[in-house]
Design a protein around this ligand. Structure first.
Ligand code: PRP
Length: 210
């Protein structure tokens, strides 16, 4: 049978995911010494390295059986094509609404403009507040938008708060906590149930010592 294929989010979550797999006892040397390779063996598994949103796409379509991805990407993708199985407890940060220090964001009657890399999250947040806000999609360094007067505020990820602080911004309101999650393809969950459940219980044990 084909090995179970696991999609890992490249970058920040990659290091923590590898640490977790090492704790389980898997041989992660190929991933650590990957060079530019994107598909790596790890014991009886195959690990695929992809960008966060693509991890979901590969798992949704069954190109990968499982994935490790941030809750931020899951919420923004707003899809039900996979199972979210467990909270890994790492990659912790939060979504927050932030503006230039001292801004009265909720004051006044003018329609507000909000920049975000996560337009769906931003839209839902303001919809729940019954606020009509214009949302502008930005691809990165969203903190620039209020500084350059493109937007009144941003909806973005805050981890340490350093980026906000060093750019004269502050949190107006917390939106939701974020952490890394394990997602599983719906068909794989049925067809490879035992292998996937075994891995999930290994992950649960590793979480306790991480
Ligand atoms: C994220 C996020 C903030 C920053 C928050 O950006 O969008 O800019 O990290 O971290 P902090 O609270 O610890 O300062 P990332 O570095 O992923 O890059 P990006 O701005 O290009 O999206």
């Amino acid at each position: 049978m084909e090995p179970i294929r696991i999609a890992l989010t490249k970058g920040r979550l990659e290091r923590r995911s590898v640490e977790m797999f090492k704790t389980i006892g898997f041989d992660c040397s190929e991933i650590i010494n990957k060079g530019r390779r994107l598909i790596l063996p790890m014991d009886n598994f195959e690990v695929v390295l992809a960008k966060a949103a693509d991890v979901i796409t590969y798992v949704e379509h069954g190109a990968c059986d499982m994935g490790i991805v941030g809750k931020d990407t899951i919420v923004e993708k707003d899809s039900t094509g996979f199972y979210e199985m467990c909270d890994l407890g790492f990659g912790k940060c939060k979504f927050a609404l932030a503006a230039k220090k001292g801004t009265d964001f909720f004051g006044g009657y003018k329609q507000k403009v909000v920049a975000s890399k996560y337009p769906k999250v931003a839209h839902k947040f303001f919809e729940e507040k019954g606020m009509d806000v214009k949302i502008i999609k930005i691809e990165g360094s969203v903190e620039l938008a209020p500084l350059l007067s493109l937007a009144d505020a941003i909806v973005d990820i805050v981890e340490t708060g350093t980026t906000l602080k060093e750019n004269g911004l502050e949190i107006v309101e917390d939106i939701m906590p974020i952490s890394a999650r394990v997602i599983v393809n719906r068909a794989s969950m049925k067809l490879r149930k035992e292998e996937i459940e075994n891995l999930l219980s290994d992950i649960e044990l590793a979480k306790e010592v991480l």
